[in-house]
Structure formats: C-alpha cells, structure tokens
Design a protein around this ligand. Structure first.
Ligand code: PNS
Length: 167
C-alpha cells in the first residue's frame, strides 16, 4: 500500500525546524502533503496564501512526491479526501507532548484508519517555534539561522521598523 502522509500545521511562518521534518519525511513516505491547516486557537500573522507561498518558495513546487495544500476543515476529513494514511507531526521539547497526544487521540477517535506518526525535531530546533520567532522578530531581534532568508525578509516586511527594542 502506498504510504501517503499529511504534515499539517499553521506554518506561521515555516521554519528550519519544519523543513528538517519535511526533508526526513521524504525518505519515509511515498507521498507527503504539507498542509496549511486551521488552528482555531491561533491568531495568524500571515494569511493562508502567504504561508502557502512561503512554503512553495522554500521547499519547491509540487512534484510527484511532495505537495503543498491548504484546508480549513477537519484534518481527518482531508485525510479521507486525499487517501492519506498518516498524519505526521514534529515533536520538540516535553511541552509539546500533552497537546500532541490529545490531538492524536482525538484524530484517531474520529478516523481510526489514519495513524499519527511523530518525528523528533532536530536538536538545533528543539527550543524554537514560529511563535517565539515572531515575537523576537517583532521586537527587532535577529531570527537569522532559524528561518530561511526569504521568510526572514517577509517577517521584516510585516513588522516594519523594530518596535520596543531598547538600545
Ligand atoms: O502548527 P499547529 O498550530 O500546532 O497545528 C495545529 C493543527 C493546524 C494541525 C490543528 O489545529 C488541526 O489539525 N487543525 C485542523 C482542524 C482539526 O482537525 N482539529 C481537530 C484536531 S483534534
């Protein structure tokens, strides 16, 4: 059976941590769909279109193995629609665990044919997140090395002149 995995997330914006997961997942699955999904608990900095565009710019256009998409409904419904059998999530420090565990169990309850698989994030990215990156960038902190240059540029465009930084 073909192994089709969805890698869902907010990707607000995509980071090197996400890219590490994508690169490793491409060695594991026949098809990988990077999915900009909707998390109702978040307020987004970038629009869905901007997030999808940034992902295209850093991971390349769709090809036979890798696809980029967006969806605003339930993940398990999307999985059914595209015939995916795996939901892939990256795990960072311990704090991610409880939330990820709850989400995996809820998704399994709604669709038992889809397994959630976790990949440990590379150690360089263990303590960073899109949220922290946005916070630092918003106050003029450097996030170079944590996100691709194109994403860094978009963050700077979004925030304009650094705010709140004391010289
Ligand atoms: O990057 P995030 O914000 O941690 O990703 C969370 C996301 C978007 C994967 C999650 O909120 C999600 O799956 N949203 C789609 C709606 C859904 O299926 N929710 C039920 C999950 S139990």
């Amino acid at each position: 059976m073909k192994k089709v995995a969805i890698y869902p997330g907010s990707f607000d914006p995509i980071t090197y941590g996400h890219m590490d997961i994508i690169t490793r997942a491409l060695n594991m699955f026949d098809e990988l769909i990077v999915l900009v999904a909707y998390n109702p608990n978040k307020h987004y900095l970038f629009s869905v279109e901007e997030r999808v565009e940034m992902i295209y710019e850093v991971v390349g256009k769709n090809n036979g193995q890798l696809r980029i998409d967006s969806y605003s409904g339930l993940l398990v419904d999307y999985a059914k629609k595209v015939g995916a059998n795996v939901i892939l999530r990256g795990l960072r420090a311990v704090s991610d665990f409880e939330y990820e565990f709850q989400m995996a169990l809820m998704n399994r309850r709604m669709n038992k044919d889809v397994e959630t698989v976790f990949l440990m994030t590379g150690y360089q990215w263990f303590y960073t997140s899109s949220n922290l990156i946005k916070q630092a960038a918003c106050m003029g902190g450097s996030v170079k090395g944590l996100v691709p240059d194109i994403v860094n540029k978009k963050l700077m465009e979004k925030f304009g002149r650094p705010k709140g930084r004391v010289k």
